[in-house]
Design a protein around this ligand. Sequence first.
Ligand SMILES: C[S@@+](CC[C@H](N)C(=O)[O-])C[C@H]1O[C@@H](n2cnc3c(N)ncnc32)[C@H](O)[C@@H]1O
Length: 273
Amino acid sequence: MALALEEIRERVGARPQWYHTLELAPGVVTPGWFDLRTVAPQVLPSSLAGKRCLDVGTFDGFWAFEMERRGAAEVLAVDIVDPRAWDWPITAGDELVKLLEDRKQGGAGFDIASDAFGSSAQYRECSVYDLDAAEVGTFDFVFMGSLLLHLRDPIRALEKLRSVCAPGGIVCTMDAIDPTMSLLFPRRAMATFDGDGRPWWWMPNIAAYDKMLRSAGLAPVTKPTPVRLPRGGGHPIVKPSKAVLMNREGRRLLAATHRGDPQAWAHSKVVGA
Ligand SMILES: C[S@@+](CC[C@H](N)C(=O)[O-])C[C@H]1O[C@@H](n2cnc3c(N)ncnc32)[C@H](O)[C@@H]1O
């Protein structure tokens, strides 16, 4: 049963950091890092009636709840609750891990949202690398958002999504891209590499994003479509200053603050299914 308004307010108020902007009740909106409410209608089918759906790397569960809202018969949300178990480069320090632990709070955001919505979505601790159809079954619609960037082995993750997609099903991915490289090299697969201090690895251009899907046995139904992820109320606002404009990361953050985080999404079919 969904929670009473006062209890929702109280639980949201007690948790200052959210990844997702979620309207848990009229007028009770979580201060998310991103506000994906205008993005979901672009990326998800308007109906998922009767479908079995999977959300990989769910965080506060925005995509899982959106799939449920579209009539999914069943939604499974998986995540790694302990940020220490993410793919970190050796150069990462403890400070950032701690910061992410604070934001994650053991997956508490999903629980609060699930209770507020009276959701039936199931939550399970599982790495994308460990998805196994023998354990979780197969899904008509598999969603994974903003995770390829954080994985040391993104192609293996995509292969795993493929392995749990039911015959005739769709794998929907939405992830970070390098917009400049996409403009400069529209046909040539290129990527920039981070791998330093934070769990950020490859940022492909759109051509490489398309090729990554194909190399994992996924055939995009249409070319990956660019989209910007608007920042939410909990996202710091970066203002232009000499220091910000002088370095690449500063310029990236400034553009993300004002125009949203550059990503691309695609619906893919499983090749050979
Ligand atoms: C940047 S957030 C994206 C949240 C959400 N998927 C979205 O698109 O808005 C990345 C999420 O992936 C999770 N994660 C990190 N490594 C993972 C892994 N190997 N398997 C599954 N989830 C993982 C994190 O815990 C976090 O919830």
